[in-house]
Design a binder for this molecule. Structure first.
Ligand SMILES: Nc1ncnc2c1ncn2[C@@H]1O[C@H](COP(=O)(O)OP(=O)(O)O)[C@@H](O)[C@H]1O
Ligand SMILES: [Mg+2]
Length: 354
């Protein structure tokens, strides 16, 4: 893979505290990459090091084969959007967007024309004369996006840009940001702690935990083939079952709660190793009686969480909580306190070695 943005061995300490530990990452030109992770996992720190607002304790950042070492933020040609829009309140939308061009010595007539073009692109045609306080949160964020893009940056960095917006507006802006990013082909890093946002927007997702990268992969790989227990638990609903490999060649493990469980053999793990088995709730079937050809166990239903089109049925199997996704229409026959069979096939059991 030819890399456009290359992070090599980045670490960052604040006194005794290590915020980032040897972050290595390659991003291709035009890619839309999301940094996903819980609060405090190092996403913003990584972004700030790329942007030049923070200095790494060690490691290097390269764009297009050139080191950014020693360059001030404004010399890096990077566009940034933060959660709190950071617009100048006493400038109009168009003047805000013109500002980075003004800093680069572009004359007012040409710069304002370019600013208006950018406002059109982000869906704010005719809003150029308005002041930030005359715009909604979503519109202000569009202005911030236009301002970050107007000078044709080599990278676009977005740090939780939709965090302050309500759900509907958020989803609308997710689609807008993708459309604009595709139209311009700008290499983008988008930071979020919202897994569904990461899943729906990204070419690839970088999962952070405690200052380390846990996994870098496409959304589907992250969901179906998580490399660590943390990733499996952080993305989507999942059943994570502790087990010990009993027959590595056949793909069999033993769990205290579920007994012998067959898993899809994807990774080589020797007998007697402790592993985690992941079964997604949508791969488990709930029935009155056992179903032939599947692994069946009995589960007492404890809680039903209704989402309308589907429901999550949560129960216990020998002290092991299990979650089962059922269709909304099917949930009416299920009562809390009742016993059911839950079943699955080997294909649905994904073994995680770490
Ligand atoms: N200036 C600072 N001084 C000390 N600790 C900091 C500083 N900035 C960030 N940190 C710590 O570094 C860790 C990573 O922070 P951050 O990158 O902001 O996380 P995220 O963006 O993933 O929520 C956190 O534990 C945070 O408290
Ligand atoms: Mg942050």
């Amino acid at each position: 893979m030819s890399s456009y943005l290359k992070l090599s061995g980045i670490s960052k300490s604040y006194g005794q505290f290590t915020a980032l530990q040897t972050v290595d990452l390659d991003i291709k030109k035009g890619e839309f990459v999301t940094f996903l992770g819980p609060s405090g996992s190092g996403k913003t720190t990584t972004l700030m090091i790329i942007a030049g607002f923070e200095q790494a304790t060690s490691g290097s950042v390269e764009v297009n084969g050139k080191s950014l070492f020693g360059l001030a933020p404004h010399e890096r040609n990077i566009g940034i959007v933060f959660q709190n829009y950071g617009l100048f309140p006493h400038k109009t939308a168009a003047q805000n967007v013109y500002f980075p061009l003004q800093m680069r010595g572009i004359n007012k007539a040409a710069g304002m024309r370019k600013a208006e073009e950018m406002l059109d692109l982000v869906g704010l045609q005719g809003f150029g004369h308005r002041y930030p306080k005359e715009l909604s949160g979503g519109q202000q964020q569009r202005v911030a996006l236009a301002r970050a893009l107007v000078f044709e940056p080599s990278l676009l960095l977005l740090d939780e840009p939709l965090g302050a917006l309500d759900k509907n507006l958020r989803e609308q802006m997710q689609i807008e940001i993708k459309r604009i990013q595709r139209a311009l082909g700008v290499t983008t890093i988008f930071v979020t702690h919202d897994q569904s946002e990461a899943m729906s927007m990204s070419d690839r997702i970088v999962v952070f935990e405690k200052g380390r990268i846990q996994q870098v992969a496409t959304p589907l790989d992250i969901y179906h083939r998580p490399e660590t227990k943390f990733v499996a638990g952080f993305i989507g609903e999942s059943n994570l079952v502790d087990a010990k490999v009993s027959d590595a060649a056949k793909g069999e493990a033993r769990s205290a709660a579920l007994g012998k469980v067959e898993y899809a053999v994807t990774d080589k793990v020797a007998n007697d190793n402790d592993v985690t088995l992941m079964i997604r709730p949508e791969h488990i079937r709930l029935s009155r009686n056992p179903i032939e050809g599947r692994k069946n166990v009995r589960m007492k239903v404890e809680t039903i969480v209704n989402y309308g089109d589907n429901a999550l049925v949560i129960g216990m199997v020998e002290g092991q909580p299990m979650r089962v996704r059922v269709l909304g229409a099917d949930v009416v026959i299920i009562r809390e306190g009742e016993e059911f069979c839950i079943s699955w096939t080997r294909d649905s059991v994904y073994m995680i070695a770490k």
